[in-house]
Design a protein around this ligand. Structure first.
Ligand SMILES: [Zn+2]
Length: 271
């Protein structure tokens, strides 16, 4: 290889080193649709439940009928494989490369950011919906607010939101995506009480400020967590990695919960 190309190649190789040796392309083309595991999604609705007014709570409880908020928050993950809901398959995530700006047209609007916005808009105009459609939109809102606050659901396309990055943890192979769906909060035993304590200490005015804007703006918080997500120096997940990542994940769960609670109050205060 001529020296100039060799040098260029070496430079590129260094740039890509961290990622290339971790990336294994899967032969499968399955789209991973898990969001936070059950625990993460449940924490988000628990936070929201503490924020909503009694009348908001009553309205939602009416629409959910026998279903709990916690069950409703993971409904979108549980219907996978049900072809009736195939149209929601891509709603759990959005993939954008490092310098790519968000556009609501990504995947023709079938992305987590746009569909979260759509659900909120639908619920604000629920006079046009049947009760069943309201219930469905509440479940979509609950779930997608969670997925939006998971950094690997708004990650890069080249590794399919970390699904193609294989890492070792406890001598088992995981995808980096999976680590951030569940292990990052399971390992350090993130508890509701850590997050609830923070909620209790946060003034109402601050909660409103956190929830200002809409999904395209909220997206920035999860995207800004990506450097921590990719701060891997080997393909083994270390305690240090978890220690660095866990507070980031907890913060995102808090933000998601606050945004869900305040948004629900905004939606249900009228009528
Ligand atoms: Zn999901």
């Amino acid at each position: 290889m001529p020296r100039i190309f060799k040098a260029k190649y070496a430079e590129l190789a260094i740039q890509r080193f961290r990622l290339v040796f971790l990336v294994t392309l899967l032969s499968s083309t399955t789209i991973a649709t898990f969001g936070w595991g059950r625990k993460g999604h449940n924490i988000i609705v628990d936070v929201a439940q503490r924020i909503v007014t009694k009348s908001t709570n009553d309205s939602i409880t009416k629409y959910l009928a026998d279903e709990t908020w916690q069950a409703a928050s993971v409904w979108m993950d549980e219907l996978r494989g049900n072809s009736q809901y195939d149209y929601m398959r891509k709603w759990h995530f959005v993939n954008m490369e490092q310098n790519e700006a968000y556009s609501s047209n990504i995947e023709n609007g079938d992305n987590v950011v746009n569909q979260l916005d759509v659900a909120i808009r639908n619920l604000k105009n629920r006079r046009n919906l049947t009760p069943d459609q309201v219930t469905l939109n509440i479940k979509v809102l609950f779930h997608l607010m969670g997925d939006l606050h998971n950094p690997l659901h708004v990650g890069y396309g080249y590794d399919r939101g970390g699904n193609d990055v294989k890492v070792l943890f406890n001598n088992k192979t995981y995808s980096l995506h999976r680590i951030w769906d569940t292990e990052i909060i399971e390992v350090k035993q993130t508890t509701q009480s850590d997050i609830m304590d923070r909620l209790q200490k946060t003034k109402k005015r601050k909660l409103k400020r956190i929830a200002k804007g809409s999904a395209p703006k909220w997206l920035a918080d999860s995207r800004s967590a990506l450097p921590v997500v990719y701060s891997l120096t080997t393909d083994t997940i270390t305690t240090q990695y978890f220690e660095q990542g866990n507070p980031v994940a907890e913060n995102l769960l808090f933000l998601g919960g606050v945004r869900l609670g305040v948004t629900l109050n905004q939606i249900f205060r009228k009528y």
